[in-house]
Ligand binder design. Structure first.
Ligand code: SF4
Ligand code: SF4
Length: 130
């Protein structure tokens, strides 16, 4: 692992408050994930890949935006690892690397339709405006 990736891994771990070393690779987080079929990398893989410093594939993956932030993986984990917080921290790192917000409030009205739930807007701001 090069220095840049090591620093990024340390930052992600610090920001998330997650200790990936507690993971015992049981897979329960991924088994309960409602976005499993949509995600290229699953919650248990986020944990193991951050732990090993294999972060670049995560940064480039759409999995960051497929996660529903439902926290089912957090509830299910027998070791209190909280994979969702790791997904969130990697997503934040990706957005910061891109150096720009992807959603601004004045863009929202044009995106709305009658079927858009309010939760989707809140979730979009969580994901795209840090
Ligand atoms: S928070 Fe994300 S990774 Fe965790 S179970 Fe929900 S959708 Fe899956
Ligand atoms: S449920 Fe917890 S211990 Fe099991 S693989 Fe997921 S993060 Fe690791």
């Amino acid at each position: 692992m090069n220095n840049k990736m090591q620093n990024l891994r340390d930052e992600i771990i610090l920001r998330s408050g997650v200790n990936p070393s507690k993971c015992m690779a049981c897979g329960k987080c991924s088994a309960t994930c409602p976005a499993y079929n949509e995600m290229e990398y699953h919650p248990h893989q986020f944990v193991s890949m951050v732990k090993s410093g294999d972060i670049e594939p995560l940064l480039a993956s759409d999995s960051l935006y497929k996660c529903l932030t439902c926290f089912a993986c957090v509830d299910r984990c027998p070791r209190g690892v909280e994979p969702a917080k790791l997904v969130e921290a990697v997503r934040l790192a990706a957005i910061r690397q891109q150096g720009a917000n992807h959603l601004k409030p004045d863009m929202v009205p044009d995106m709305l339709d009658d079927d858009m739930p309010q939760q989707a807007i809140v979730s979009a701001f969580r994901k795209y405006t840090k």
